[in-house]
Design a protein around this ligand. Sequence first.
Ligand SMILES: Nc1ncnc2c1ncn2[C@@H]1O[C@H](COP(=O)(O)OP(=O)(O)O)[C@@H](O)[C@H]1O
Ligand SMILES: [Mg+2]
Length: 373
Amino acid sequence: MATVSFDKATRVYPGSTKPAVDQLEIEIADGEFLVLVGPSGCGKSTSLRMLAGLEDVNAGAIRIGERDVTHLPPKDRDIAMVFQNYALYPHMSVADNMGFALKIAGVNKADIRKKVEEAAKILDLSEYLDRKPKALSGGQRQRVAMGRAIVREPQVFLMDEPLSNLDAKLRVSTRTQIASLQRRLGITTVYVTHDQVEAMTMGDRVAVLKDGLLQQVDSPRNMYDRPNNLFVAGFIGSPAMNLVEVPITDGGVKFGNSVVPVSREALAAAADKGDKTVTVGVRPEHFDLAEDSTSGTLSKEAPAGLAVVVNVVEELGADGYVYGTADLGSEKKDIVVRVNGRAVPDKGAKLHVVPRAGETHVFSTSTGERLTD
Ligand SMILES: Nc1ncnc2c1ncn2[C@@H]1O[C@H](COP(=O)(O)OP(=O)(O)O)[C@@H](O)[C@H]1O
Ligand SMILES: [Mg+2]
Protein backbone atom coordinates (compact mmCIF):
# COMPACT_ATOMS: atom_id res chain seq x y z
CA MET A 1 0.00 0.00 0.00
CA ALA A 2 1.15 3.51 -0.66
CA THR A 3 0.39 7.18 -1.01
CA VAL A 4 0.25 8.76 -4.45
CA SER A 5 1.21 12.32 -5.29
CA PHE A 6 0.80 14.35 -8.41
CA ASP A 7 3.27 17.18 -7.95
CA LYS A 8 2.44 19.81 -10.56
CA ALA A 9 2.33 17.03 -13.14
CA THR A 10 1.84 18.36 -16.66
CA ARG A 11 1.23 16.65 -19.99
CA VAL A 12 1.47 18.50 -23.30
CA TYR A 13 0.76 16.20 -26.26
CA PRO A 14 3.12 16.55 -29.20
CA GLY A 15 1.80 19.10 -31.66
CA SER A 16 -0.36 20.79 -29.03
CA THR A 17 0.46 24.05 -27.26
CA LYS A 18 -2.12 23.72 -24.50
CA PRO A 19 -1.47 21.15 -21.76
CA ALA A 20 -4.01 18.29 -21.63
CA VAL A 21 -3.21 18.19 -17.90
CA ASP A 22 -1.88 21.39 -16.41
CA GLN A 23 0.18 21.29 -13.18
CA LEU A 24 -2.02 18.72 -11.51
CA GLU A 25 -1.48 18.71 -7.76
CA ILE A 26 -3.15 16.04 -5.61
CA GLU A 27 -1.94 14.16 -2.54
CA ILE A 28 -3.71 10.81 -2.21
CA ALA A 29 -3.54 9.06 1.15
CA ASP A 30 -2.60 5.44 1.70
CA GLY A 31 -5.71 3.32 1.17
CA GLU A 32 -7.78 6.20 -0.14
CA PHE A 33 -10.33 5.90 -2.95
CA LEU A 34 -9.88 9.03 -5.05
CA VAL A 35 -12.16 9.72 -8.00
CA LEU A 36 -11.14 11.96 -10.90
CA VAL A 37 -14.26 13.36 -12.52
CA GLY A 38 -15.05 15.91 -15.21
CA PRO A 39 -16.53 16.26 -18.67
CA SER A 40 -15.16 14.39 -21.66
CA GLY A 41 -11.77 15.68 -22.76
CA CYS A 42 -10.91 17.36 -19.43
CA GLY A 43 -7.77 15.23 -18.93
CA LYS A 44 -8.91 12.39 -16.66
CA SER A 45 -7.47 9.52 -18.71
CA THR A 46 -4.30 11.47 -19.38
CA SER A 47 -3.80 11.99 -15.62
CA LEU A 48 -4.33 8.30 -14.92
CA ARG A 49 -2.06 7.25 -17.78
CA MET A 50 0.68 9.52 -16.46
CA LEU A 51 0.41 7.76 -13.12
CA ALA A 52 0.48 4.39 -14.90
CA GLY A 53 3.54 5.34 -16.94
CA LEU A 54 1.66 5.06 -20.22
CA GLU A 55 2.02 8.78 -20.94
CA ASP A 56 5.07 11.02 -20.61
CA VAL A 57 5.16 13.65 -17.90
CA ASN A 58 6.50 16.89 -19.43
CA ALA A 59 6.84 18.85 -16.19
CA GLY A 60 6.41 18.15 -12.50
CA ALA A 61 6.63 14.77 -10.83
CA ILE A 62 4.62 11.75 -9.76
CA ARG A 63 5.38 9.77 -6.63
CA ILE A 64 4.09 6.45 -5.33
CA GLY A 65 4.97 6.20 -1.65
CA GLU A 66 8.50 7.52 -1.31
CA ARG A 67 9.44 6.58 -4.87
CA ASP A 68 9.66 9.14 -7.64
CA VAL A 69 8.14 7.15 -10.54
CA THR A 70 7.95 10.05 -13.01
CA HIS A 71 10.20 8.35 -15.52
CA LEU A 72 9.85 4.69 -14.53
CA PRO A 73 8.36 2.24 -17.05
CA PRO A 74 4.85 0.95 -16.18
CA LYS A 75 6.07 -2.51 -15.12
CA ASP A 76 8.27 -1.02 -12.38
CA ARG A 77 5.51 1.06 -10.76
CA ASP A 78 3.64 -1.68 -8.88
CA ILE A 79 0.24 -0.62 -10.15
CA ALA A 80 -2.62 -2.52 -11.78
CA MET A 81 -5.02 -0.90 -14.19
CA VAL A 82 -8.60 -1.77 -15.12
CA PHE A 83 -9.69 -0.32 -18.46
CA GLN A 84 -13.12 0.48 -19.82
CA ASN A 85 -12.94 -2.29 -22.44
CA TYR A 86 -11.45 -4.81 -19.92
CA ALA A 87 -8.90 -5.96 -22.54
CA LEU A 88 -9.33 -9.67 -21.73
CA TYR A 89 -7.54 -12.27 -23.85
CA PRO A 90 -10.36 -14.00 -25.78
CA HIS A 91 -8.55 -17.31 -26.29
CA MET A 92 -7.66 -17.73 -22.60
CA SER A 93 -9.87 -19.06 -19.81
CA VAL A 94 -10.97 -16.79 -17.00
CA ALA A 95 -8.36 -18.36 -14.71
CA ASP A 96 -5.57 -17.82 -17.25
CA ASN A 97 -6.67 -14.25 -17.87
CA MET A 98 -6.61 -13.54 -14.16
CA GLY A 99 -3.24 -15.20 -13.61
CA PHE A 100 -1.50 -13.98 -16.74
CA ALA A 101 0.51 -11.16 -15.18
CA LEU A 102 1.73 -13.51 -12.44
CA LYS A 103 2.77 -16.07 -15.04
CA ILE A 104 4.78 -13.42 -16.89
CA ALA A 105 6.36 -12.45 -13.59
CA GLY A 106 7.52 -16.06 -13.16
CA VAL A 107 5.31 -16.98 -10.20
CA ASN A 108 4.95 -20.77 -9.89
CA LYS A 109 1.76 -22.49 -11.02
CA ALA A 110 0.50 -23.53 -7.60
CA ASP A 111 0.83 -20.02 -6.21
CA ILE A 112 -0.91 -18.54 -9.24
CA ARG A 113 -3.79 -21.00 -8.86
CA LYS A 114 -4.13 -20.13 -5.17
CA LYS A 115 -4.24 -16.37 -5.78
CA VAL A 116 -6.64 -16.74 -8.70
CA GLU A 117 -8.97 -18.90 -6.62
CA GLU A 118 -8.90 -16.42 -3.76
CA ALA A 119 -9.72 -13.52 -6.05
CA ALA A 120 -12.42 -15.55 -7.82
CA LYS A 121 -14.04 -16.23 -4.46
CA ILE A 122 -14.10 -12.55 -3.54
CA LEU A 123 -15.56 -11.67 -6.94
CA ASP A 124 -18.06 -14.52 -7.15
CA LEU A 125 -16.33 -16.01 -10.18
CA SER A 126 -15.33 -19.43 -8.81
CA GLU A 127 -17.66 -21.39 -11.08
CA TYR A 128 -16.52 -19.58 -14.23
CA LEU A 129 -12.77 -20.11 -14.00
CA ASP A 130 -12.66 -22.52 -16.95
CA ARG A 131 -14.85 -20.46 -19.27
CA LYS A 132 -13.67 -18.17 -22.05
CA PRO A 133 -14.57 -14.47 -21.77
CA LYS A 134 -17.11 -14.70 -24.60
CA ALA A 135 -19.21 -17.09 -22.51
CA LEU A 136 -19.57 -14.49 -19.74
CA SER A 137 -22.01 -11.63 -19.22
CA GLY A 138 -20.77 -8.02 -19.28
CA GLY A 139 -20.80 -7.84 -15.50
CA GLN A 140 -18.81 -11.07 -15.17
CA ARG A 141 -16.20 -9.85 -17.66
CA GLN A 142 -15.92 -6.66 -15.67
CA ARG A 143 -15.23 -8.75 -12.56
CA VAL A 144 -12.58 -10.79 -14.37
CA ALA A 145 -10.85 -7.52 -15.24
CA MET A 146 -11.01 -6.59 -11.55
CA GLY A 147 -9.71 -10.03 -10.60
CA ARG A 148 -6.74 -9.66 -12.88
CA ALA A 149 -5.84 -6.46 -11.03
CA ILE A 150 -6.44 -7.95 -7.57
CA VAL A 151 -4.23 -11.05 -7.99
CA ARG A 152 -1.23 -8.82 -8.56
CA GLU A 153 -1.62 -7.27 -5.11
CA PRO A 154 -0.39 -3.92 -6.42
CA GLN A 155 0.33 -0.83 -4.36
CA VAL A 156 -2.18 1.15 -6.39
CA PHE A 157 -5.28 0.33 -8.46
CA LEU A 158 -6.04 2.53 -11.44
CA MET A 159 -9.47 2.32 -13.04
CA ASP A 160 -10.57 4.21 -16.13
CA GLU A 161 -14.37 4.24 -16.52
CA PRO A 162 -14.57 0.51 -15.68
CA LEU A 163 -18.38 0.55 -15.54
CA SER A 164 -19.22 2.36 -18.75
CA ASN A 165 -19.86 -0.83 -20.75
CA LEU A 166 -22.48 -2.06 -18.29
CA ASP A 167 -26.19 -1.31 -18.44
CA ALA A 168 -27.60 1.24 -16.01
CA LYS A 169 -28.86 -1.19 -13.38
CA LEU A 170 -25.68 -3.27 -13.31
CA ARG A 171 -23.62 -0.11 -13.13
CA VAL A 172 -25.33 0.88 -9.90
CA SER A 173 -24.85 -2.51 -8.21
CA THR A 174 -21.27 -2.88 -9.49
CA ARG A 175 -20.22 0.52 -8.21
CA THR A 176 -21.24 -0.53 -4.71
CA GLN A 177 -19.31 -3.80 -5.10
CA ILE A 178 -16.15 -2.05 -6.29
CA ALA A 179 -16.31 0.53 -3.52
CA SER A 180 -16.77 -2.09 -0.80
CA LEU A 181 -14.11 -4.36 -2.30
CA GLN A 182 -11.65 -1.45 -2.34
CA ARG A 183 -12.38 -0.71 1.30
CA ARG A 184 -11.89 -4.36 2.22
CA LEU A 185 -8.58 -4.63 0.38
CA GLY A 186 -7.45 -1.17 1.50
CA ILE A 187 -5.49 -0.58 -1.70
CA THR A 188 -5.02 3.04 -2.74
CA THR A 189 -7.22 3.57 -5.79
CA VAL A 190 -7.51 6.26 -8.43
CA TYR A 191 -10.77 5.91 -10.31
CA VAL A 192 -11.79 7.88 -13.39
CA THR A 193 -15.37 8.61 -14.41
CA HIS A 194 -17.33 11.32 -16.22
CA ASP A 195 -20.37 10.49 -14.08
CA GLN A 196 -20.68 12.78 -11.09
CA VAL A 197 -23.11 10.44 -9.30
CA GLU A 198 -20.55 7.62 -9.57
CA ALA A 199 -17.88 9.99 -8.27
CA MET A 200 -19.94 11.18 -5.33
CA THR A 201 -21.12 7.72 -4.29
CA MET A 202 -17.77 5.92 -4.60
CA GLY A 203 -15.02 8.33 -3.64
CA ASP A 204 -13.51 9.08 -0.25
CA ARG A 205 -12.57 12.27 -2.04
CA VAL A 206 -13.41 13.60 -5.46
CA ALA A 207 -11.19 15.69 -7.74
CA VAL A 208 -13.00 17.74 -10.37
CA LEU A 209 -11.09 18.58 -13.56
CA LYS A 210 -11.99 21.00 -16.33
CA ASP A 211 -9.85 21.75 -19.39
CA GLY A 212 -6.85 20.05 -17.78
CA LEU A 213 -7.10 22.20 -14.66
CA LEU A 214 -7.96 20.91 -11.21
CA GLN A 215 -11.01 22.78 -9.89
CA GLN A 216 -11.42 21.26 -6.42
CA VAL A 217 -10.45 18.18 -4.41
CA ASP A 218 -12.77 17.46 -1.54
CA SER A 219 -14.97 14.95 0.22
CA PRO A 220 -18.28 14.40 -1.59
CA ARG A 221 -20.05 16.22 1.24
CA ASN A 222 -17.88 19.35 1.03
CA MET A 223 -17.96 19.32 -2.73
CA TYR A 224 -21.74 19.42 -2.60
CA ASP A 225 -22.08 21.87 0.27
CA ARG A 226 -19.32 24.24 -0.65
CA PRO A 227 -18.34 24.19 -4.32
CA ASN A 228 -15.29 26.39 -4.99
CA ASN A 229 -16.55 27.90 -8.17
CA LEU A 230 -19.40 28.10 -10.66
CA PHE A 231 -18.15 25.13 -12.67
CA VAL A 232 -18.12 22.74 -9.71
CA ALA A 233 -21.44 24.17 -8.51
CA GLY A 234 -23.08 23.35 -11.83
CA PHE A 235 -21.32 20.03 -12.38
CA ILE A 236 -21.91 18.31 -9.04
CA GLY A 237 -25.54 17.54 -8.17
CA SER A 238 -28.51 16.35 -10.16
CA PRO A 239 -30.74 18.13 -11.02
CA ALA A 240 -28.08 20.83 -11.12
CA MET A 241 -27.85 23.81 -8.80
CA ASN A 242 -29.87 26.81 -9.97
CA LEU A 243 -27.47 29.63 -10.84
CA VAL A 244 -29.01 33.05 -11.22
CA GLU A 245 -27.23 36.31 -11.96
CA VAL A 246 -28.66 39.03 -9.73
CA PRO A 247 -27.91 42.69 -8.92
CA ILE A 248 -25.95 43.61 -5.80
CA THR A 249 -27.90 45.76 -3.30
CA ASP A 250 -27.12 47.11 0.16
CA GLY A 251 -26.29 44.33 2.57
CA GLY A 252 -27.08 41.56 0.19
CA VAL A 253 -28.27 40.56 -3.22
CA LYS A 254 -31.79 40.77 -4.51
CA PHE A 255 -33.37 37.45 -5.42
CA GLY A 256 -36.84 38.26 -6.70
CA ASN A 257 -38.51 39.99 -3.76
CA SER A 258 -36.17 38.44 -1.21
CA VAL A 259 -32.77 39.69 -0.17
CA VAL A 260 -30.14 36.97 0.20
CA PRO A 261 -27.74 38.11 2.91
CA VAL A 262 -24.13 38.22 1.77
CA SER A 263 -21.21 39.32 3.91
CA ARG A 264 -19.82 42.79 3.39
CA GLU A 265 -16.44 41.28 2.51
CA ALA A 266 -17.93 39.15 -0.25
CA LEU A 267 -19.80 42.12 -1.71
CA ALA A 268 -16.65 44.23 -1.50
CA ALA A 269 -14.72 41.48 -3.27
CA ALA A 270 -17.27 41.50 -6.09
CA ALA A 271 -17.31 45.30 -6.27
CA ASP A 272 -13.48 45.34 -6.40
CA LYS A 273 -13.69 43.42 -9.63
CA GLY A 274 -16.05 46.07 -10.97
CA ASP A 275 -18.98 43.62 -10.95
CA LYS A 276 -22.52 44.97 -10.71
CA THR A 277 -23.98 41.52 -10.26
CA VAL A 278 -23.14 38.29 -8.50
CA THR A 279 -24.34 34.78 -9.31
CA VAL A 280 -26.48 33.17 -6.63
CA GLY A 281 -26.66 29.38 -6.47
CA VAL A 282 -29.55 27.50 -4.87
CA ARG A 283 -29.95 23.73 -5.02
CA PRO A 284 -33.41 22.46 -6.02
CA GLU A 285 -34.02 21.12 -2.48
CA HIS A 286 -33.13 24.41 -0.82
CA PHE A 287 -36.17 26.42 -1.82
CA ASP A 288 -39.12 26.96 0.47
CA LEU A 289 -42.47 27.73 -1.03
CA ALA A 290 -43.77 31.10 0.18
CA GLU A 291 -47.43 31.40 1.11
CA ASP A 292 -49.16 33.33 -1.61
CA SER A 293 -49.83 36.52 0.36
CA THR A 294 -52.45 37.72 -2.14
CA SER A 295 -54.82 35.19 -0.61
CA GLY A 296 -53.83 35.92 2.96
CA THR A 297 -54.03 38.91 5.21
CA LEU A 298 -50.86 40.60 4.00
CA SER A 299 -52.50 41.41 0.71
CA LYS A 300 -50.66 44.70 0.21
CA GLU A 301 -47.23 43.12 0.12
CA ALA A 302 -45.72 41.47 -2.88
CA PRO A 303 -45.10 37.77 -2.21
CA ALA A 304 -41.63 36.96 -0.95
CA GLY A 305 -39.08 35.25 -3.15
CA LEU A 306 -39.11 34.60 -6.82
CA ALA A 307 -42.20 33.85 -8.89
CA VAL A 308 -41.81 30.66 -10.90
CA VAL A 309 -44.34 29.45 -13.48
CA VAL A 310 -44.51 25.66 -13.58
CA ASN A 311 -43.74 24.12 -16.99
CA VAL A 312 -43.21 20.45 -16.16
CA VAL A 313 -43.47 18.37 -12.99
CA GLU A 314 -41.37 15.24 -12.70
CA GLU A 315 -42.92 12.93 -10.11
CA LEU A 316 -40.42 10.49 -8.62
CA GLY A 317 -42.56 9.14 -5.80
CA ALA A 318 -40.92 10.52 -2.67
CA ASP A 319 -40.04 13.80 -4.37
CA GLY A 320 -41.22 15.85 -7.26
CA TYR A 321 -39.13 18.20 -9.35
CA VAL A 322 -40.75 21.30 -10.73
CA TYR A 323 -39.18 22.67 -13.90
CA GLY A 324 -40.34 26.24 -14.25
CA THR A 325 -39.53 29.67 -15.57
CA ALA A 326 -38.78 32.72 -13.44
CA ASP A 327 -39.14 36.22 -14.79
CA LEU A 328 -36.08 38.14 -13.70
CA GLY A 329 -37.12 41.37 -15.41
CA SER A 330 -34.23 41.46 -17.81
CA GLU A 331 -34.50 37.81 -18.76
CA LYS A 332 -36.41 34.61 -18.24
CA LYS A 333 -34.59 31.88 -16.36
CA ASP A 334 -35.26 28.15 -16.03
CA ILE A 335 -35.48 27.08 -12.39
CA VAL A 336 -35.73 23.61 -10.83
CA VAL A 337 -37.44 23.24 -7.45
CA ARG A 338 -37.80 20.07 -5.41
CA VAL A 339 -41.23 19.69 -3.88
CA ASN A 340 -43.03 17.13 -1.76
CA GLY A 341 -43.96 14.19 -4.00
CA ARG A 342 -47.45 14.06 -2.46
CA ALA A 343 -48.17 17.75 -3.06
CA VAL A 344 -46.97 18.63 -6.53
CA PRO A 345 -48.30 21.80 -8.17
CA ASP A 346 -50.18 21.81 -11.48
CA LYS A 347 -48.64 22.74 -14.76
CA GLY A 348 -49.10 26.46 -15.34
CA ALA A 349 -49.35 27.26 -11.60
CA LYS A 350 -47.30 30.10 -10.17
CA LEU A 351 -45.06 29.35 -7.16
CA HIS A 352 -43.15 31.79 -5.02
CA VAL A 353 -39.86 30.26 -4.03
CA VAL A 354 -37.59 31.57 -1.29
CA PRO A 355 -34.01 30.34 -0.92
CA ARG A 356 -33.56 28.80 2.52
CA ALA A 357 -31.38 30.83 4.86
CA GLY A 358 -27.82 29.50 5.04
CA GLU A 359 -28.27 27.35 1.95
CA THR A 360 -27.34 29.87 -0.71
CA HIS A 361 -24.05 30.07 -2.56
CA VAL A 362 -22.73 33.29 -4.03
CA PHE A 363 -20.16 33.40 -6.82
CA SER A 364 -18.38 36.18 -8.68
CA THR A 365 -20.10 36.54 -12.03
CA SER A 366 -16.88 37.56 -13.74
CA THR A 367 -14.41 35.01 -12.33
CA GLY A 368 -16.76 32.26 -11.14
CA GLU A 369 -15.01 32.14 -7.74
CA ARG A 370 -17.00 31.44 -4.62
CA LEU A 371 -17.59 34.60 -2.58
CA THR A 372 -19.55 33.24 0.41
CA ASP A 373 -18.01 31.09 3.16
N1 LIG B 1 -2.75 10.72 -27.70
C1 LIG B 1 -3.19 11.98 -27.75
N2 LIG B 1 -2.64 12.89 -28.58
C2 LIG B 1 -3.08 14.16 -28.61
N3 LIG B 1 -4.06 14.65 -27.84
C3 LIG B 1 -4.65 13.79 -26.98
C4 LIG B 1 -4.25 12.41 -26.89
N4 LIG B 1 -5.01 11.81 -25.95
C5 LIG B 1 -5.84 12.76 -25.48
N5 LIG B 1 -5.64 13.95 -26.10
C6 LIG B 1 -6.33 15.23 -25.80
O1 LIG B 1 -6.07 15.58 -24.46
C7 LIG B 1 -7.24 16.07 -23.83
C8 LIG B 1 -7.57 15.22 -22.63
O2 LIG B 1 -7.94 13.92 -23.06
P1 LIG B 1 -8.31 12.75 -22.06
O3 LIG B 1 -7.31 12.72 -20.97
O4 LIG B 1 -8.50 11.53 -22.86
O5 LIG B 1 -9.71 13.27 -21.48
P2 LIG B 1 -10.84 12.49 -20.66
O6 LIG B 1 -10.33 11.15 -20.27
O7 LIG B 1 -11.13 13.39 -19.50
O8 LIG B 1 -12.02 12.42 -21.57
C9 LIG B 1 -8.32 16.10 -24.89
O9 LIG B 1 -8.36 17.38 -25.45
C10 LIG B 1 -7.83 15.09 -25.89
O10 LIG B 1 -8.29 15.40 -27.20
MG1 LIG C 1 -11.03 9.23 -20.77
